[in-house]
Design a protein around this ligand. Structure first.
Ligand SMILES: [Zn+2]
Length: 355
């Protein structure tokens, strides 16, 4: 019996067909197609969406979920709560007197297999999947209430958070949205891993991964980021790990909450808990992680980001260096750029909401 216990199709034509079908409504939730990737397989997904929303948003009503944290194994509850204009995306540790941890680059604590935020010694782990959903959906202001040290992993993807956001709905606020618009490129390199951010009039990501595994190999996602593209291309892609890494990770005190229900486990030549939701679920999940980390820029980006074999460490380094150097960007309302100094002050001084 093959180590990969499903019918596999290797041919390129099928891949092309699959990707040309992916915009059909509900296709991806109804019928995942399983394709075994050859190592040399290489594809790219491009899609289009409009950007340039003029006004800030929040959610219309609360939504809830609960579950275990992937790394700590601690069970917790998450609640999305509407927030006034100029709040930004803010985590609240409701088990610690509503302690606020802003989803911003200066609060990044440590980064290994997940991104953790820390402020005044208060930690919150694995923020990237919920942030990817919120950021892609263009929600500017929201409280994310958590009663434990880690965001619940749920099914390992951003899909449950998308469902929460759908339940919550979007509400426009009367305050104009501000964008962080890139003026000059910035690149961070570490050996053969690199990430760069470049000027653009829209928010676009390109994410390339290369894992020496028969189901992964080289995969690439290139897309304009928006609610529809995120929902169709990335939201359902789950986190993954290699079977050989499980024991070492456990020994390091990580993945205490890991299970076959919340992570794809790759064996030496197949997958332990298929079927996959996409033939290139791994590349898609890495793009999801990238967007979740870019949310730490604190404002919607007008920039193109290219990640080449990067990970949380490089993503967050890029964000920190970007925020540390205001000569690289300006803040614009989408119509015209404000004078930089004035815009920067506005960003630093939250004002009461218009409604
Ligand atoms: Zn992830």
């Amino acid at each position: 019996m093959s180590a990969f216990p499903y019918e596999t199709r290797r041919n390129h034509e099928m891949l092309r067909k699959y990707h040309s079908m992916r915009f059909q409504p509900l296709y991806s939730t109804r019928k995942p197609l399983i394709i075994k990737h050859k190592q040399a397989n290489y594809w790219s997904a491009t899609c289009y969406n409009t950007i340039g929303e003029m006004f800030q948003t929040t959610i219309a009503k609360e939504s809830f979920a609960e579950g275990v944290g992937l790394h700590t194994g601690v069970y917790g509850h998450i609640r999305l709560v509407p927030a006034p204009a100029e709040t930004g995306i803010v985590f609240r540790r409701v088990d610690l007197d509503n302690f606020h941890i802003e989803a911003q680059g200066h609060n990044v604590a440590r980064v290994s297999y997940a991104t953790s935020l820390m402020k005044q010694g208060v930690l919150l782990s694995t923020t990237e999947h919920v942030l990817a959903a919120i950021y892609s959906c263009g929600i500017d202001n929201i409280y994310i209430d958590i009663d434990s040290i880690e965001v619940p992993i749920l099914d390992g993807s951003a899909e449950p958070f998308m469902q929460m956001l759908e339940h919550s709905g979007v509400r426009k606020l009367r305050r104009k949205r501000r964008y962080l618009k890139l003026l000059k490129p910035l690149e961070v390199t570490e050996g053969d891993r690199r990430i760069g951010i470049y000027p653009a009039d829209e928010f676009r990501v390109r994410c390339y991964v290369d894992f020496p595994h028969p189901l992964v190999g080289q995969q690439e996602v290139e897309m304009l980021v928006g609610p529809d593209t995120f929902r169709h291309l990335l939201a359902r892609a789950r986190t993954f790990c290699f079977e050989r890494d499980i024991e070492p990770l456990k020994a390091m005190g990580l993945i205490r909450g890991g299970s076959l229900e919340n992570a794809i486990v790759l064996t030496n030549d197949g997958v332990m808990n298929g079927p996959l939701r996409f033939p290139d679920e791994f590349g898609r999940h890495k793009a999801l992680d990238l967007i979740g980390d870019l949310a730490l820029a604190g404002l919607p980006l007008l920039a193109r980001v290219e990640a080449h074999k990067a990970g949380h460490a490089l993503h967050t380094q890029l964000v920190s260096r970007l925020l540390d150097d205001p000569s690289l960007w300006t803040i614009t309302t989408g119509e015209a750029a404000l004078p930089e100094s004035e815009a920067y002050l506005t960003a630093l001084s939250p004002v009461p909401a218009a409604d």
